[in-house]
Design a protein around this ligand. Structure first.
Ligand SMILES: Nc1ncnc2c1ncn2[C@@H]1O[C@H](COP(=O)(O)OP(=O)(O)OP(=O)(O)O)[C@@H](O)[C@H]1O
Ligand SMILES: [Mg+2]
Length: 253
């Protein structure tokens, strides 16, 4: 099986800052590749490169087996790579259905068919098990989890092959994080290749098939699920050992 996406030896500098060095991983259809690492590890930089928002300086990117270099997120999206960026998942003041379409609204003679757009949004969200009171309400009035779900449903509806999510569960409570992760699993089961960025191994482990660990821009390894336990993953993460030391310190008084 040819992977949907393959990153090989990717490197990226911002001026004198090395954000990524020699990072490799794969994204397969129907699988979830998790990217883990502490703040500043290079997670967002990697997905910006996969998403066409930034360009890599070294290494190569293969999409369905062919080398590619996306010049914009639009170009990546046209090839079927949909990305929900860390802070820009949705436009808060626009309604739910407007956010769902964001420039791809159905219409005739230059007019948006609002009723059809609203109905399509309602149906697509319902198919993903998301019941919203009103698709006319501004997306900013939804909870963080619901907002992520709208972005995921949008990618699935518009036929994305790859879905990239940057910290979709970071600001969420346990219950909402669970709901978002369930939608990640659903997108995977529909055959999408998912890239899930998180710094929480407890969020990554239940849905992940592969775990890429980053630390200060370098790869600590890419592990298949059968090769790594949750305990090991937590320890590998920056903070694992430090947290134990901290616990001992705090308990010693
Ligand atoms: N546009 C930029 N210009 C300069 N430096 C940048 C830029 N974007 C990222 N960096 C630097 O690259 C490194 C990696 O940043 P990145 O945002 O990829 O980390 P991250 O793993 O996503 O962190 P977080 O968990 O906080 O989101 C950091 O040292 C950051 O300061
Ligand atoms: Mg980030």
């Amino acid at each position: 099986m040819t992977p949907l996406l393959r990153a090989r030896g990717i490197g990226k500098n911002y001026g004198t800052v090395t954000a990524l060095e020699d990072v490799s991983t794969v994204v397969n259809a129907g699988e979830v590749t998790c990217v883990l690492g502490d703040n500043g590890a290079g997670k967002s930089t990697l997905i910006k490169i996969l998403a066409g928002a930034h360009q890599h300086d070294a290494g190569e990117l293969l999409f369905e087996g062919s080398p590619v270099r996306f010049r914009s997120p639009r170009e990546a999206l046209d090839r079927g790579i949909a990305t929900v960026f860390q802070d820009l998942a949705v436009v808060p003041l626009l309604s739910v259905w407007r956010n769902f379409f964001l420039g791809s609204e159905p219409g005739r003679w230059g007019l948006i068919d609002r009723e059809r757009a609203r109905e399509t949004t309602r149906t697509a969200l319902a198919e993903m098990g998301i019941e919203l009171r009103d698709v006319e309400q501004p997306v900013g009035t939804l909870s963080g989890g619901e907002r992520q779900c709208v972005a995921i449903a949008r990618a699935v509806h518009f036929g994305a092959k790859v879905l990239i999510l940057d910290e979709p569960t970071a600001a969420l409570g346990v219950k909402q994080a669970g709901i978002v992760l369930r939608h990640v699993a659903r997108a995977r089961d529909r055959g999408l290749g998912v890239v899930l960025i998180t710094h929480n191994p407890h969020h990554a482990y239940p849905v992940g098939d592969r775990f890429l660990l980053l630390k200060r821009g370098r790869s600590l390894g890419s592990h298949e699920k059968e090769d790594i336990t949750l305990d090991h993953l937590t320890h590998q993460m920056a903070g694992g050992a430090e947290l134990e030391t901290l616990t001992r310190e705090l308990e010693s008084d």
